[in-house]
Design a protein around this ligand. Sequence first.
Ligand code: SF4
Ligand code: SF4
Length: 292
Amino acid sequence: QGREVPYDPEQLRKINEHPCYSDKACHAFGRCHVPVAPKCNIQCNYCIRDFDCVNESRPGVTSRVLSPEEALDLVRKVMKEHPYVKVVGIAGPGEPLANPETFEALRLIHTEFPRLIMCISTNGLMLPESIEELAKYDVGNVTVTLNAIDPAIGEKIYSWVEYGGKKYHGREAAELLLSQQMKGIEMAVAKKMLVKINTVYIPGINDEHIPEIAKKVGEMGAFTFNVIPIIPQYKFAGITPPTPKEKREMQDRCEPYIKQMRHCARCRADAIGKLGQDVQSCVYQQMKDEKK
Ligand code: SF4
Ligand code: SF4
């Protein structure tokens, strides 16, 4: 299963206290997403963009957007009232690395709470150029959504990619995204970040390819692999999603290559609390009341 290199104590802490990296931690510890990143720099064919980035989240959910200062305030409050929260994550509502607010929020929060585990979720397009800054704020847990390692399949999944002020389409877009994702994953592993791979299971498009993705990222030293069934919408609205049984079978096929995450709750970009026991509605309501 994946790499055999032992993890150091700091990495073990970032595994054992992170509800998404350890299925034991998910009962004891929580995470606080700070929704500071509204923009996105690619177009996935299963995303209608009115809602949260569906690479992690349940579709049809629109999270609020906070400024980096509001995010810091939120974390202060959560730390006081929900001390079992050990992780601050940025997972949208768009692509974290396409929004400068992400880095400002990480800086503010890490400066005041240096022991909090810092986590981001990304499509990977800007991961290589972001690694240094992420490392500076001790971001130790990085999720990359990787739906194909073959651009011929990738071009069926992405309509366009915007990079360096230019929009790319078709094969060129898929090649660019893939090369950035591969470089970024390699750099993150080299920086001792714990890399989680999300792969959207899209029947008829990438299903036969998913074990190859798992094999590749296992060899690259990624920590865990999260198979996410597609929720059919936008250009993929006609696709029948995999059943829970098919999802489990896919995870079993990938298991020999890399540890499988089987307890993902597909959280909103503003989720707070333990997985499945979210408290964000009360926290945000209290913040509103306090402002009155
Ligand atoms: Fe939508 Fe996320 Fe894909 Fe951007 S990366 S298009 S927000 S699913
Ligand atoms: Fe963890 Fe899955 Fe929720 Fe992301 S969506 S925070 S991986 S449980």
